[in-house]
Structures are given as structure tokens and as C-alpha cells.
Design a protein around this ligand. Structure first.
Ligand code: AHR
Length: 752
């Protein structure tokens, strides 16, 4: 193969293309990036967060101690609960920390903060292993601080708070941070995780989450309220806790001030997401004054980020320690919303935000799927409303990514741009990283794509809500997945402008197409469905199949098909809230196609495919079943085209594209500050590719990640897959052999 780079022929400007997405999922914040080591430091855990929580979750008694929870006359009215501990000398309570416990390292220092008082003057002792401190309490709430030095390394340490003399004391706050946080900040972040993120050199950070931002009571002051950035700023003790919709408790210690600071530290653009005045999970829609307040909150965020200190929220920022403005170039409204109700609200947000600050680039939503009616609607509204970017999300099989490396090739670049705000292939193996890398070469060159970030970012191994994730960690270790390395390589070596790259002998090689073939059956999804008038037409003729009733997880078999078919049937739901699926081309549980009818919360009609156990939603439309209604359905497979109709109306249509890998997926760019020409090459196949690369240079840095497709990193073997770096002396070009299953960056120094 011969690869020719044309540094003089410049294409798309890359701007802020590759960035990061942070969501407090998998305990990514509390028990994760946020370096607080005490679980339930303010006694605000409650069943509203998770049925099993109490105000004393994370705490245990030591010896004789009677512990109760009160909320009268609290030191922090917005987090009013505190523990009242009646204990004999040497007895009290201890905190168990997150995961295996509080993780300390011998010789390291930990900053302890307590808020406490006692009925009658008494002393309490706070101990972390051998290190301890004694405080004399008074009848008034007071803050007590100390720095403790850990005597040993321990991954299951406890913070023990005990009475020195028998007595009764109240504890409203117990906090412990390593002094060695990222940038040494007191309300700081975990250094190792931040370093791994900063090392990537992201161009932006989307925060504070996806579903996290739109699930809750419309009253943001409710304990169960929707995430509102205003509740996350100001003194940390008084930021009201909330229910995190991933099934746990969220302290807000990592709030909008900390997110903006992190972006500033990493030199990237903050990309906050604000709620668009609705909770799509529970169909709650803000109206009137409530909606106006949601819009006002978005406007106030602009002041908090970059308004003068003479503005109300600019002053709050200054009081928190940052009178200078932060940056705020992007603002996203909503996450995955595709309801008509969102689009009408988005128009109001857009009008108000543009009036206040026309320089802010606005981001709308195209929902959680890569194709279909709501996706198209999101784009249509974005064009009508002149939005700058549209947030797309999808999680797919690696095969889907390899089959869609031209998804945005024909997308016009003069309207709203694609912000791929969440994507990942299902898995943290090398095969996933390779598929994502191949796709990223397309994202880099597609003119319509402006921003892209992998999701989710972080996962504490003790609290898994979602997998895959980019970085895994426990209390003392982190594991960089191959997906992380790919993201980092593309970010660190993004460049400023695409340059033309040509290659000989690099045509895509499509996987051989075999007809869609296998078993066909109906399967219920916890509902009772009557099925009748079933007809299956194949090239061999039309057959009438028996009627049936399915409920629970019942199956009703329709035999097998091989190639084209048309299936028609009538159904009626008689019980339940959901629907059913029609499987076809079913080889086994891991390799199958299905039409999902009334999936998720009775609102999808989707055509999906599972390859080697990994699912891809090929296309989705909105559809809900009404119990008792009789519906006539049709599903057609014609070659690689799959189409479905409900009551004569076409609902879904897709082409089942197969992976078509090129010998090398290529992307090239120029970094203007250094003059470096950067070539990225992804070899997803089993054969090595040797290429002559024509581009004069004064020296070339080669960074390469290569491993077998099933390889992965773990906490115990975090470097099983890691990139190798070497230098090549200057010359008129380079000859390089790209190993099988590899991602390579060649950075060619200017001046050759
Ligand atoms: O990244 C995990 C979740 O996936 C996000 O919260 C949501 O936006 C998406 O559905």
C-alpha cells in the first residue's frame, strides 16, 4: 500500500472535535472522581434515593452507642439531618467508606472535617487507623478540622468517632479527603483519575450527565427534584443532596463550580447540559411560571460561568473563589428528548439564550437512537430552530460501527452540526476499541460532525450501573481500557485541520452477505397478547400459521425462514403494560434479529439486531399499544432491507449493513502550532499491512496500540494492553507495517 499525505490540501477544521462526557453513574462522582472518602458524610441518605438506604447507611456503631437521627436546629438547613450519639467512653460510630472501605496509603495525609456539638461539654476522638485527634465539643455547632497521617496502607480502613468520656454528642458532618487531591484543592477530586483525564487533552467536557439531568420532580427543591445546577454551588455543606436516578444518593459536592474548574484545569471547553423543563421518564412537563424558571436557570448559568461579579450569579462564582470568568461556549438543553413537548420548550430556551448571549452555541437533541422517526424529528426541529449542534446518542455492537463508517458522509455541513454526545460499542475489549477507532477516523473527516465523546466515562467496580465504561477504578487503583487509549490517542493527536490522505489498495472489503435465515417466533414482554390471522409469505408460497396467546415470557414459534419473507398478523393486548417481540433470522440467543413492538416503557417500535450477544438498535419509531385495540402488523425482509408496518402505516425501515472494513481506516490532520502532520491508521483485520507513507519529515513519532480482539485490561493487569511509542528518524517518507488489530498514530515533525 502507498499512503500519500497532502498537507497543503486542507479540509475540515477540527476545532473541539474530541472531548469527554462525565455522568455520575456507577458512583463516578461520590466514591469516584470526587475525592470524599466518607460515605453519607451528612446523614442525608434516605429511602427516596434507594429503598434500602437510611440516614445511617455507611455508618456502624462501635461498642455501646445509641444512635438516633434528628433534624431540629441543624447547622445546614438544606441538609438538616444529623446523628445524635449517646456513648460510653471509647464507644461511638465509624464510617465504612465506599467499596471495600476507606483506602489509605502509609505516610499520606488526610484532611478531616467534622461539624459537631455536645449536650454537655465533652471530648470526642476521631481516628483513622493509628492516627487520631481529640476535639473538645461545646453546646454550639462548630467546625473541627485536623490533618491525619496514615500509619499504614489499608484498603478497608474506618473513620472512628468515639466519646472520650461518656456523654451525648451530635454529628452533622464528617468528611475526609486526601490532601493530595488534583491541584491540592480542599473540596477536591481524585488525583489519579484527573491525571488520566487531563492526559487525554480533551477539547471539551460534557457534564453533569445524561439521564441524570432529566429524571425527577419538576420542583428542583424537592428532595427527589430534577438536577438543578443552582443546588450544586455555594458552601458544600449546604448543597442539598438529591436522588441520583442511577439508584443511589448524590451529594452535589462535585458541583458546577468544580466542573468549570476541572475544565479550566484541563484546558477544555465546558459543555453543560441543562434540563429543558421536562422529565421524559415520568412524563412531567413544566408549564407557565415553572417553565419560565427553568429558562431563567439556564440564563443565570451564563452569568455564573462568565457574567460580571456585579451580576447575582457572577458574584456567587466570585465568592467561591473565581472572580475571573470561566469559559462558556456551548450549552446543551435536554438529553435524549424527542417529545414534541421538548421541541416547543427548546424554542423558548433558544430564543431567551440567544437574546442574552448570542455567542453561546446551542445544542438540541435527536434522542437515544441512531435512526428513525424521532431521530429525524430532532434534526428537523434543530434545522427549523437554527440550533448549532444536535446531540446524538447510540450504543451498538462493534459490527455496527464497522458497517457505518460512512454514516455522516453525505450529511450537509451548513446546518446544525452533529454532536455525538454519547457512543460506545458494547464492551471494553480490544475489538471494541478497534471498532470505535475506525469510526473515529470517519468522525474526524465527516464535515458535518463537530463534537464527539465516548460514554460513560467512569465506573467504580463496586457499584456498576452500566458497562462498558472508559475507566474502571476501585478505592486505590485505576484501569485504563483499550477504549480509553483509543480516545486518548485521538484527542492528544487530534490536530487543527484535516488534510487530504490517499491510499492505494485500500478498498473496503465487505463481509460476505448470507440471507437472513433462522427461526421465527413471537415472545411476550410481561404482557398478554392474542395473536391471530398469521400469514407467512416466502418465495415458496403463503402459509397460514396457527393463532395463539402469549404472556409472561412465552414464545410462539412460526418455524424457520431462509431469505426474503413477508409476515402479517393481527394482535390484541389483553393485559399488561408492555408489548412483545417478533424474532426472525434467529440463530441463537446471541445472534438474532427482532422487531420490538411497544418496547422500553410501551413507546418504541424498533428493528434490532444482536451479533455475538451485542445489540444494535438499527432504527426506532414511537409506538404504544392500547390495551384491547386490534392491530394489523406486517414485517418484510427483502435482501438486506427490513421494513415494518402497523395498521398499514410504515413504522420502521432499515438496511442491515454488514461490516466493510478497509485494510486501513485512515485519518490525517495538521497541528498548526507545531506544523506536525498526524496520520492515524486503524487495522481491524487479521493481516498486517505494510505501507509506504509519502510525507517529508524531520522525524516521526509512532504510537501504536495492538492486541488480540478478545484482550482487555483489568484492575489486576491494567497494562495488558498499552500503547508502545518509538521514534523514526527523518526522511522523505516512512515505511511502516501496521500490525493486525492495531491503532497507530504517526506524528511527522515539520521541517523534513
Ligand atoms: O451513558 C449512560 C446513559 O445512556 C445516559 O445517562 C443516557 O443519556 C443514555 O441513555
Amino acid at each position: 500500500m502507498k499512503i500519500t499525505l497532502h498537507p497543503g490540501q486542507k479540509g475540515k477544521r477540527l476545532n473541539d472535535l474530541f472531548g469527554l462526557f462525565f455522568e455520575d453513574i456507577n458512583h463516578a462522582a461520590d466514591g469516584g472522581l470526587y475525592a470524599e472518602m466518607i460515605r453519607n458524610r451528612d446523614f442525608e441518605y434516605a429511602p427516596v434515593d434507594r429503598w434500602s438506604y437510611t440516614h445511617l447507611t455507611g455508618w456502624a456503631e462501635i461498642g455501646y452507642a445509641a444512635v438516633r437521627v434528628e433534624d431540629a436546629d441543624p447547622p445546614f438547613p438544606r441538609n438538616p439531618h444529623y446523628a445524635v450519639i449517646r456513648a460510653g467512653a471509647g464507644n461511638g460510630v465509624c464510617n465504612l467508606g465506599f467499596g471495600t472501605g476507606i483506602c489509605t496509603e502509609a505516610g499520606k495525609q488526610y484532611r478531616l472535617t467534622l461539624w459537631a456539638r455536645a449536650k454537655k461539654p465533652m471530648e470526642i476522638r476521631a481516628a483513622l487507623g493509628e492516627a487520631s485527634v481529640t476535639f473538645a465539643l461545646t453546646a454550639e455547632w462548630q467546625k473541627y478540622t485536623s490533618v491525619l497521617t496514615a500509619g499504614c496502607t489499608d484498603h478497608a480502613a474506618r473513620l472512628c468517632i468515639t466519646a472520650v468520656q461518656e456523654g451525648e454528642f451530635s454529628l452533622a458532618w464528617a468528611s475526609l479527603f486526601p490532601t493530595d487531591t488534583w491541584k491540592g484543592r480542599e473540596n477536591g477530586l481524585r488525583r489519579d483519575l484527573c491525571e488520566a483525564l487531563a492526559e487525554m487533552k480533551p477539547k471539551f467536557l460534557r457534564f453533569p450527565g445524561g439521564c441524570l439531568t432529566h429524571d425527577g420532580d419538576l420542583d428542583p427543591d424537592a428532595r427527589n427534584g430534577i438536577y438543578n445546577w443552582k443546588r450544586t454551588v455555594g458552601p458544600v455543606e449546604n448543597r442539598p443532596a438529591r436522588r441520583n436516578n442511577w439508584g443511589y444518593h448524590q451529594t452535589m459536592g462535585l458541583g458546577f463550580y468544580e466542573y468549570f474548574l476541572l475544565c479550566e484545569d484541563m484546558g477544555c471547553e465546558p459543555l453543560p447540559v441543562v434540563n429543558g423543563g421536562l422529565d421524559p421518564h415520568h412524563l412531567r412537563f413544566a408549564e407557565g411560571e415553572v417553565l419560565r424558571q427553568y429558562i431563567q436557570d439556564a440564563l443565570d448559568l451564563i452569568d455564573f460561568a462568565k457574567g460580571g461579579t456585579d451580576t447575582e450569579w457572577g458574584r456567587v462564582r466570585a465568592e467561591m473563589g473565581h472572580p475571573e470568568p470561566f469559559r462558556l461556549k456551548y450549552l446543551a438543553v435536554g438529553n435524549e428528548e424527542v417529545h414534541e413537548a421538548f421541541h416547543t420548550r427548546m424554542a423558548l430556551f433558544a430564543e431567551a439564550i440567544r437574546k442574552k448571549d448570542p455567542s453561546v452555541e446551542l445544542i438540541g437533541s435527536a434522542g437515544p437512537f441512531a435512526d428513525g422517526g424521532p431521530y429525524e424529528m430532532g434534526w428537523q426541529y434543530a434545522r427549523e430552530q437554527g440550533l448549532d449542534h444536535v446531540d446524538e446518542h447510540y450504543y451498538m455492537a462493534p459490527e455496527w460501527f464497522l458497517a457505518h463508517c460512512d454514516k455522516y458522509a453525505d450529511r450537509p455541513a451548513d446546518g446544525p452540526k452533529v454532536f455525538l454526545g454519547e457512543y460506545a460499542s458494547w464492551g471494553n475489549k480490544m475489538r471494541n476499541a478497534l471498532a470505535e477507532a475506525a469510526y473515529m477516523t470517519h468522525l474526524q473527516h465527516a464535515p458535518a460532525v463537530s463534537l464527539a465523546c465516548y460514554a460513560p466515562m467512569l465506573c467504580n467496580v463496586h457499584y456498576v450501573n452500566w458497562r462498558p465504561d472508559m475507566l474502571w477504578f476501585d478505592g486505590w487503583r485505576i484501569c485504563k481500557t483499550p477504549n480509553y487509549h483509543v480516545q486518548r490517542m485521538f484527542m492528544q493527536h487530534q490536530g487543527d485541520v484535516c488534510v487530504d490522505v490517499e491510499a492505494t489498495d485500500n478498498e473496503p472489503v465487505a463481509a460476505p452477505r448470507t440471507p437472513i435465515a433462522g427461526e421465527m417466533f413471537f415472545i411476550a414482554d410481561d404482557s398478554t397478547i392474542e395473536i391471530s390471522d398469521v400469514q407467512l409469505t416466502t418465495p415458496a408460497g403463503t402459509a397460514a400459521l396457527p393463532d395463539g396467546v402469549i404472556s409472561g415470557r412465552d414464545k410462539l414459534s412460526l418455524g424457520s425462514t431462509h431469505g426474503d419473507f413477508t409476515l402479517t398478523f393481527t394482535f390484541r393486548r389483553t393485559a399488561g403494560e408492555k408489548g412483545f417481540r417478533v424474532h426472525f433470522g434467529h440463530q441463537d440467543e446471541k445472534n438474532t434479529y427482532h422487531w420490538t413492538v411497544a418496547g422500553w416503557q410501551n413507546n418504541d417500535s424498533a428493528l434490532e439486531k444482536r451479533s455475538d450477544g451485542r445489540g444494535s438498535c438499527l432504527t426506532q419509531s414511537n409506538y404504544s399499544i392500547v390495551t384491547g385495540e386490534v392491530c394489523r402488523m406486517k414485517l418484510e425482509v427483502c435482501g438486506d432491507r427490513i421494513t415494518s408496518w402497523i395498521n398499514g402505516q410504515k413504522y420502521n425501515e432499515t438496511v442491515d449493513a454488514l461490516p466493510a472494513p478497509r485494510p486501513l481506516f485512515l485519518a490525517a490532520s495538521l497541528e498548526e502550532s507545531t506544523g506536525d502532520v498526524i496520520l492515524k491508521a486503524v487495522n481491524v483485520r487479521e493481516a498486517a499491512v505494510t505501507a509506504e507513507i509519502a510525507c517529508a519529515h524531520a522525524g516521526c513519532m509512532v504510537e501504536e496500540l495492538s492486541a488480540m480482539p478478545d484482550a482487555e485490561n483489568t484492575l489486576d493487569a491494567p497494562d495488558a494492553i498499552r500503547p508502545e511509542v518509538h521514534q523514526v528518524p527523518g526522511g522523505p517518507g516512512v515505511t511502516h507495517t501496521f500490525p493486525p488489530h492495531s491503532v497507530t498514530v504517526l506524528r511527522m515533525k515539520a521541517g523534513g
